[in-house]
Write a protein that binds this ligand. Structure first.
Ligand code: DCS
Length: 482
């Protein structure tokens, strides 16, 4: 074929280097098998509605009215929609001249940013300035915007936990920066050890890297751990001392499945520390409508809040956001609805409370079923999913399986996940997509399949794993006998 102007060889090298495992080899194979008629259980992406979770009624009623405002001219509208949904839709339509079909301010509709600021004040007990809040097309876009401003060249390093959600590794590669890994401790329930972090900083500096930022994910993806207040304080102190921007990915803040460590935001811990810390740390906190019990991934709503940044830096980010004109307005409205849900006394409150509590209760049950299910399998150990939406069991692969994988030209965890997919239709992501200590192998699955289907899924997983371990244990013995 004649060379194209945009020949693959001539693309930006960073584009070619970028890897994003959540939609990688396993996902592609699963999509192929699905086309061939195989039933696939997509547990590779934290995409609750795709796995049967119903949208909450109230936010969708408001969204429907925002999309079709003429319905409000119908004298029967009150029979179809509750009065608080109608009032809320009118409020949003008044906030953005032209409604959902018009661009908004590039940082988002001011009225929605105010709702986010009110939510943060109520959550943390400390005020938030709507001028430092950016509404984004999902948290992903926000993370990309911030890293884009932070990374100047390949000498700029960002500390990222390993295992991590590959949005971080992929974006850092794309922007030509350097990922500086710090390892979470699997033996300590995926806990965070600040002395590990210091070692990573020292090692990176020795290589001439300027470490500029630190990312943490709380509750963790894929690891599911919840950070304690002490953990967060240690992180904040470290970032102040080492002059790092702290990026707090808190998109799973409503997904908590234990009572010992409730979610606490980095912003609250920072403000509770008082001066000088509370005005020293440059902190960016991310949130999303994709997770929690709302789970509206497809609507692409997110925000980030910038605390203690130079006002000109905020302006520069605003300028760059304005190149894309406006975050999508539907996602913004959904964010407003998430942070300001119906309150006790509102017409829609009882239904909203019942729907959201039922989802959280079921997620908690599923977290237990999954962890227990994995721990009941041969050669598998799994930390409890304290929060978020994932399980990340370690699979101790027999030597024979590792050599079989090498022969097949696959990394051992990819090999295991492919076999699992072919045998059961369960589509997972290999641990290598998130990073793992050398010589260990993991798989990541969401805890999102319907609760009623869970026991069957775990049963079919267990059977596959038994067969797999049996097959390779046998050939291992045979090899060693030869
Ligand atoms: N941060 C974390 C830790 C995430 O897990 C995700 C999505 C995002 C940010 C981005 O979310 P939105 O852009 O939708 O707001 N998690 C992906 C995952 O691991 N599975 O599905 C999506």
């Amino acid at each position: 074929m004649a060379h194209k102007v945009m020949d693959p060889d001539s693309l930006n090298a960073n584009v070619k280097k970028t890897v994003y495992a959540v939609r990688g080899e396993l996902y592609l194979r699963a999509s192929e098998l699905q086309k061939e008629g195989k039933k696939i259980i997509f547990t590779n992406v934290g995409n609750p509605h795709a796995l049967g979770q119903k949208p909450l009624t109230f936010p969708r009623q408001v969204m429907a009215l925002c999309q079709a405002p003429f319905l409000m001219d119908d004298p029967h509208v009150g029979l179809l929609f509750p009065s608080d949904a109608i009032a809320r839709a009118k409020k949003y339509l008044a906030m953005n001249t032209g409604g959902v079909g018009a661009y908004s301010d590039s940082r988002g509709v001011p009225g929605v940013r105010q709702e986010v600021a009110d939510f943060i004040l109520e959550r943390d007990g400390h005020p938030s300035d709507p001028e430092t809040i950016f509404l984004t097309d999902g948290a992903s876009k926000g993370v990309q915007q911030v890293l884009n401003a932070l990374i100047r060249n390949e000498k700029d390093g960002i500390l990222v936990p390993i295992p991590q959600y590959p949005l971080y590794s992929a974006t850092i590669t794309l922007l030509g920066g350097t990922l500086v890994p710090y390892y979470l401790s699997e033996e300590a329930n995926w806990g965070l050890d600040v002395s590990e972090l210091r070692k990573s900083i020292i090692a990176a500096r020795r290589k001439g890297i300027t470490v500029r930022g630190l990312v943490f994910i709380n509750p963790g993806n894929p690891t599911g751990q919840c950070l304690s207040e002490t953990n967060l304080r240690d992180l904040i102190e470290l970032c102040i001392k080492e002059r790092l921007v702290l990026m707090a990915d808190e998109v799973y803040q409503q997904n908590i499945y234990q009572d010992e460590r409730p979610f606490i935001s980095a912003k609250k811990v920072l403000m509770d520390m008082g001066r000088p810390a509370s005005s020293a740390l440059e902190l960016i906190s991310f949130h999303s409508v994709s997770k929690g019990f709302v789970g509206e991934c497809g609507q692409r709503g997110g925000y980030f809040e910038m605390t203690n940044f130079h006002p000109q830096t905020v302006d520069e980010l605003y300028k760059v956001a304005s190149i894309s004109l406006s975050p999508n307005v539907n996602g913004q409205i959904l964010m407003g609805l998430m942070v300001k849900p119906p309150r006790p006394g509102d017409v829609s409150y009882p239904l909203y409370a019942a729907e959201s509590q039922a989802i959280l209760k079921s997620l908690r049950a599923r977290a237990h079923i999954m962890t227990d299910g994995f721990n009941d399998c041969q050669n598998i150990v799994c930390n409890f999913t304290e929060g978020a939406m994932y399980s990340f069991p370690q699979v101790k692969l027999p030597k024979a399986a590792i050599s079989a994988a090498q022969k097949a030209g696959k990394t051992p965890d990819v090999f295991y996940c492919l076999r699992l997919l072919e045998a059961t239709g369960i589509s997972t992501v290999p641990g290598s997509g998130f990073g793992q200590k050398d010589g260990t192998f993991h798989i990541r699955t969401t805890i999102l399949p319907a609760e009623k289907d869970m026991p069957k899924i775990m049963e079919s997983f267990k059977k596959f794993n038994e067969d797999f371990m049996h097959q390779f244990a046998d050939s291992n013995t045979i090899t060693s006998r030869l």
